[in-house]
Design a protein around this ligand. Structure first.
Ligand code: FAD
Ligand code: EPU
Length: 346
């Protein structure tokens, strides 16, 4: 017998997106297990009206900018569960349902004695969204300890396993972000966490935090505590002020281009890449254009971090888009560098 599901209508997404946009969804369903998803897919095979709706798979809503009205079927991912599924001489293989909160999963894995993900502590959102833009922070990307994931393919109705080489992970990118969005619904993600763990302390702020506390042999929990403290000092808490984290990717330019910029702006902040290219600090570029702390009615630029756009109250997706475009125009004019938006505009 097919499991039943009832689509909710005209649902507020205000509390389901970290930018705090007062959006409403035409149709809405909370997905707690695979059977529900399969039942929806089966119905789309015979129900032309349902099949015609655009779909949005939603996790924690911390990397989306929503319009006021979504004509979509919104599928809120709430598949839970986390467990050790295997181990080798070198790795613990840990799997999590897509709907688990990312930070809770990191804290849980550290508490179990599985280090590895602690540099990604406190990133908002769900485990299921973590591969979408290959989340990263403080010298680590999710792909570094990624093992595999399971998807439900909404085109074919099949279940598939993706290994690392299938995901085309890049800086804030993957096949799920750059390819056909919302085709693959991620159901669970597995990580291979190292048994011979070493802390990753390349970021000066992290090393300094530990040094200041005389911690010379940090545990994964010590590193996690350091990351949490640093993030809380720099980034706005979405529960207090709506935002989507970094609004633009840090642009990657050739060594030649970076040298041209340095001749004119010797203080330009940049980081060398393995490819020989350089990553520029977009926050610095935006600050130099005078945008840091600026307010434009409902939206603004965070006063402690120019890479973060914030909701000053009543922001719409259109307001956010306008501000983002103005910043892109100014940075292009001043530095000749095109900034790419990081969150997903729906
Ligand atoms: P959502 O915003 O719900 O969705 C994002 C995209 O993923 C959408 O396209 C959605 O359709 C898709 N999606 C979500 N779940 C699934 C699924 N199960 N299957 C298929 N598609 C899915 N990001 C970083 O990389 N590093 C950071 O340091 C960082 N810091 C942040 C700090 C703050 C304060 C905020 C607000 C955001 C930050 N982010 C950061 C961005 C954000 O936390 C991540 O992108 C996170 O992975 C988004 O998860 P989510 O569940 O909220 O995804
Ligand atoms: N800077 C300024 N002015 C600003 C902000 C930054 O000059 O207003 C310069 C400073 O020199 C600073 C440098 O930029 O040292 C880098 O800033 P920060 O350490 O705050 O990091 P970021 O490059 O702005 C990136 C990620 C974050 C991630 C942190 C830590 C991107 C787009 N952003 O930010 O990810 O948490 O590094 O690793 O890569 C996200 O993706 O949403 C996100 C928050």
């Amino acid at each position: 017998m097919k499991p039943e599901f009832t689509l909710e209508q005209d649902v507020s997404l205000l509390s389901l997106n970290s930018f705090g946009i007062n959006a409403r969804a035409h149709r809405f369903l909370r997905i707690e297990n695979l059977s529900q998803l399969q039942a929806v897919w089966e119905q789309t095979q015979t129900d032309a009206e349902l099949a015609a709706l655009p779909r949005l798979v939603l996790g924690g809503g911390s990397n989306v900018i929503l319009p006021d009205h979504l004509p979509h079927l919104v599928l809120l991912m709430a598949i839970m569960g986390r467990e050790l599924v295997d181990e080798t001489d070198d790795y613990f293989i840990v799997r999590s349902g897509a709907g688990e909160n990312w930070h809770d999963f990191v804290q849980w894995s550290v508490a179990q004695g599985y280090g590895g993900l602690e540099n990604l502590s406190l990133i908002p959102g769900t485990v299921g969204a973590s591969p979408i833009q290959n989340i990263g922070a403080y010298g680590l990307e999710m792909q570094d300890y990624f093992h595999s994931l399971t998807v439900f393919d909404f085109v074919t109705g099949e279940l598939k396993t993706f290994q690392k080489q299938d995901c085309a992970f890049g800086y804030r990118d993957s096949i799920f972000k750059s390819g056909e969005q919302n085709r693959f619904v991620i159901l669970d993600v597995s990580f291979a966490l190292p048994k011979h763990w070493q802390p990753r302390l390349a970021y000066g702020d992290v090393a300094k935090y530990l040094q200041d506390r005389d911690i010379s042999a940090p545990t994964p929990l010590d590193v996690s505590d350091a990351i949490i403290a640093i993030r809380q000092s720099k980034l706005p808490d979405p529960a207090v002020i709506g935002n989507a984290g970094s609004f633009f990717k840090n642009p990657i330019v050739s060594a030649e281009r970076r040298n041209q910029i340095l001749q004119q702006y010797p203080n330009c902040v940049s980081y060398s890449q393995a490819s020989g290219d350089f990553k520029l600090a977009a926050g610095w570029l935006i600050e130099q254009c005078g945008w840091k702390g600026r307010r434009c009615e409902t939206v603004g630029v965070y006063d402690k971090q120019a890479l973060v756009l914030v909701n000053l109250g009543g922001a719409t997706g259109a307001d956010v888009r306008t501000l983002a475009q103005e910043i892109q125009t100014d940075v292009l004019k001043k530095f000749g560098v095109a900034l790419e938006v990081e969150p997903v505009f729906v």
